[in-house]
Design a protein around this ligand. Structure first.
Ligand code: C2E
Ligand code: CA
Ligand code: CA
Length: 637
């Protein structure tokens, strides 16, 4: 029968180390940003049970060594508790794996039933064999006798369940994380094996430690950027979900620095330090998240910061001071968690949508309307996505409007600009300022252009067939689209298929700042230009203009922006300036078109300033393209 067994070879060192490591883990969990996803509480419980188990083991041996004659009950009880804690950890480990594998209920039931049966069997056997003196027991002299070792059997049975789970559903966990779990479990086995060979019993609890360390490292840890003090944005979703589940409100502050937001850019060291201080100085328990190179979001729980209004004011005051020092462009948004955004867990896109509509170097305090605007944005985005997917060039949601253009030389309307609108089931008419930026950002602009071009070509063909004099209709194209290799081919194809001459179509583009864009644009414009398509330079006079480059591109018409029409009204000097610019262009054989001509005064000035074409509300508001026949004249008429 089992003699002295492991008892003589026990030293509390193993258990003490386990307790110490558990405390280290608790300190690390408190100090780091951990993602509190579903398994997190299980993970904490496992650490707790491990500490308890180690203590029980120490006490158990202590009691055994000092056991007084006769009364051995405490030794038995503590021993059973020790097993209960260890097996609870194994049971929780199974629940944990099932959780991270997101196993369906149907598959969970057998796994959990088997695990519970093993768990109960071990504990009941422990108790029964103790009572019947067939398992572990102390003899009359207080010597321990091992008896039936149910512990090892239970341990192995759990391992079989765990390994089964990890093999059968291996596809559900990222492979490298899996390797981490296998690796740490292998270390546990080696220790268990070595301990057995040496007749030791001090390191049993230690073998439970390694899978727990693996969990912390692989699943819950989210490293800080030590300089900025931020964690990555993926963790933001976890925190939002956690707060939403617990119904906890929070404050968020978003700092966007466009200068540093490009790829490869980074916030300068000194500014990083300032941001790091900011994120810990003003709010308790705040966490900073880095969304992109130039965008950080601070989340602070409301219940830890009852005086948040004050704190917000203080942070804003300090921010102004820092701004005077650094002078980098910024957009700041401050707001409260909103039920709807939390439910969708979309604070980043919510904030980005506010950015889209706010001025640079301003601070925006979130309004209830922002949520509505975001819903609208998402709806538009969904529709654009669908339009893009269907790729129906006659999609009814995309409307071609147009504005007839007055030709001064002929005194007639024979050209027009196509302008896009969306007509969406839930919103009705949507104007370009509401969807063009979204479409450009999300890569849906080209399909919209194709649809407008298709509808414009359809209308040109109809007008020609009905005997109208159509010089041409221009379509707006985004510089972003030109970057795409298929651009010229797509344009060509649509015009070709509709059977109208190429020169009936013009493309309006705006200037681009970048050098690489310029060369790329030049190539594509020349290619289409060779086939007869006309080109207009749109929005001349808004901001930046590089004359040298404009001259290098084969434009037919320069469209003077409405801001120049307005400027020319300010005083004689400005009128002279705009006029000489226009004059210079016409002497170089470009035609000048003035946009935004609203009244007789505008018209008169523009005619005096070398205008060839006039466009604006004075002649017509944008109308459905099919109503253009009201402006155009018949060839013979
Ligand atoms: P844009 O190309 O400069 O178009 C002229 C804009 O000025 C149109 O606004 C037009 O309605 C407006 N406008 C016309 N006459 C007057 C006037 O007398 N006074 C004033 N204040 N405004 C006038 P809309 O249709 O809202 O379009 C806005 C912008 O959206 C366009 O500016 C263009 O950049 C973009 N856009 C419109 N349609 C398309 C399109 O099919 N594709 C692309 N990529 N962009 C488009
Ligand atoms: Ca235009
Ligand atoms: Ca324009």
């Amino acid at each position: 029968m089992g003699q002295q067994l492991y008892f003589d070879n026990y030293s509390p060192v193993g258990d003490l180390i386990v307790v110490a490591i558990c405390f280290v883990m608790i300190i690390l969990v408190a100090a780091s940003y951990v993602s509190k996803t579903k398994g997190f509480n299980l993970f904490l419980n496992m650490i707790g049970y491990l500490v308890l188990a180690s203590f029980c083991d120490i006490i158990h041996h202590q009691l055994y060594t000092n056991v007084a004659d006769g009364n051995y009950t405490a030794v038995y009880v503590i021993r059973i508790l020790y097993h209960a804690f260890l097996f609870s950890i194994l049971l929780l480990f199974v629940v944990y794996i099932v959780e991270i594998q997101r196993l369906e209920i149907r598959k969970r039931i057998p796994i959990m039933s088997i695990s519970s049966i093993i768990y109960l069997t071990v504990l009941i056997t422990d108790i029964v064999t103790a009572v019947r003196k067939t398992g572990f027991r102390l003899d009359r002299n207080g010597k321990a006798i091992s008896g039936l070792n149910i512990f090892l059997i239970g341990y192995l049975a759990f391992m079989v369940v765990i390994i089964f789970l990890m093999v059968a559903y291996r596809d559900r966990i990222y492979k490298r994380a899996m390797v981490g779990f296998y690796g740490t479990m292998a270390v546990s086995f080696i220790i268990l094996f070595m301990q057995g060979r040496h007749g030791q019993s001090s390191f049993t609890a230690a073998t439970f430690l390694f899978p727990i360390i693996a969990m912390m490292y692989l699943i819950h840890s989210t490293p800080y950027d030590v300089e900025l003090g931020a964690v990555n944005a993926a963790a933001l979703k976890d925190l939002v979900k956690y707060n939403y589940d617990k119904k906890r409100d929070f404050i968020f502050m978003s700092l966007y620095l466009p200068d540093f937001d490009a790829e490869g850019r980074i916030i300068p060291k000194e500014l990083q330090t300032t941001i790091r201080h900011f994120s810990s100085e003003f709010f308790k328990n705040a966490v900073l998240f880095q969304v992109s190179n130039g965008h950080v979001i601070l989340i602070a729980p409301k219940n830890n910061n009852p005086d948040h209004e004050n704190r917000i004011n203080r942070i804003l005051n300090s921010f102004q001071l820092e701004y005077e020092r650094f002078q980098f462009d910024y957009k700041v948004i401050i707001g409260n968690s909103a039920e709807e955004i939390s439910r969708k867990n979309e604070y980043v896109s919510f904030i980005q949508n506010i950015h889209r509509n706010m001025e640079i170097n301003t601070i925006h305090l979130m309004q209830p309307e922002d949520v509505g605007a975001f819903n609208r944005y998402e709806y538009i985005l969904d529709e654009l996505e669908d339009i893009n997917k269907k790729h129906d060039l006659r999609d009814e949601r995309v409307l071609a409007f147009c504005q007839p253009v007055y030709n001064i030389k002929t005194g007639k309307y024979d050209t027009a600009e196509a302008l896009m609108r969306l007509k969406l089931p839930e919103l009705g008419m949507v104007f370009p300022d509401q969807f063009i930026p979204i479409a450009e950002e999300q890569g849906f602009i080209h399909v919209l252009t194709e649809i407008i071009l298709q509808k414009t070509c359809d209308e040109i063909r109809r007008l020609i067939q009905e005997g109208y004099e159509v010089n041409r209709i221009s379509v707006n194209v985004s510089v972003l689209e030109l970057r795409d290799d298929g651009f010229t081919g797509d344009i060509d194809q649509i015009i070709d298929d509709s059977g109208i001459p190429n020169e009936k179509v013009a493309i309006e583009i705006t200037e681009s700042r970048s050098d690489s864009d310029f060369l790329m644009m030049k190539g594509k414009i020349e290619e289409l230009k060779d086939r007869g398509i006309k080109f207009y330079l749109d929005d001349f006079g808004t901001g930046y203009s590089n004359m040298e480059r404009i001259m290098e591109l084969p434009f037919d018409i320069i469209k003077f922006d409405r801001s120049l029409v307005l400027a020319s009204d300010a005083d004689k000097k400005s009128e002279k300036m705009v006029g000489s610019l226009a004059n210079m262009f016409s002497e170089l054989n470009y035609s000048v078109l003035y946009e935004g001509v609203e009244n007789d005064g505008d018209e008169k000035r523009c005619i005096n300033m070398s205008a060839s074409y006039l466009q604006g509300y004075k002649y017509s508001r944008p109308i459905p393209i099919t109503e253009l026949d009201q402006f155009f004249s018949k060839v013979d008429g």
